[in-house]
Design a protein around this ligand. Sequence first.
Ligand code: ZN
Ligand code: ZN
Length: 271
Amino acid sequence: MHYGFHNSISGRRGYAAALDTAERLGTTAAQLFAKSPRSWRTRKLKPGEAEAFRDALAIGHVRRTAIHASYLVNLGAEGELWEKSVFSLADDLEKAALLGVDYVVVHPGSGSAERVREGALKALALAPAGPWLLLENVAGGGRKVGRRFEELAALIEGTPLGVTLDTCHAFAAGYPLHKDPAAVLDELDRTVGLERVPLVHFNDSVGAFASGVDHHANLGEGRIGQELAALLRDPRLSDKTFIMETPKAYDEQNLATFRRWAGIDQSSKTQ
Ligand SMILES: [Zn+2]
Ligand SMILES: [Zn+2]
């Protein structure tokens, strides 16, 4: 099992800063934004930045990496917004290929599922091969695509796309992770298939069950609570990568909770 956090890329080292943070915490996975998540502007690589990232990967302990796409991306849109979304996602896929990043995660968007599928495949076609493009389940709201597992399953059928499970979003969408996490996994397996889900966003939820509210809480302190621990002990997820997108100031606390729940020795730095 690989686990870690969504880490910042600010500072002199740029993208490699996300790996530096992962190393400092003793984690073997990291997620980052390849550009500002609330802007359409792409971020140019600084000279030597990709090499620094690849070097840090090669000599360090981080084994799984992910880029989270921009929040502005809406693959379900029409017209210019759809075009911009496809190019923004293709840019992230290209960065991931250059950096040697394993996964690119995107929220499908709102509108038509067919449009989302077309957009995701177009972005893949525009970018060099390498990273695995994953559609994330969402908390809900409006005409958002990807609230239900069966919807994601239909979307990726016959494509190379995968899925990211966000536990906060699933709970907010009405999957009872606070009562029966094993049954939620059963349903994910029956619909999407766990072999198509390499990455879990492991977050508790501030919003209530089935509230549709996307607001992440520290592990064990939200409305899902202690039951979330069962996912870390479920053998079906033992080879998955877990990324916490919990409040940044509490990384050490969430890391300790994660390790305790997973039965990982706190004194061993990396495993
Ligand atoms: Zn996300
Ligand atoms: Zn979220």
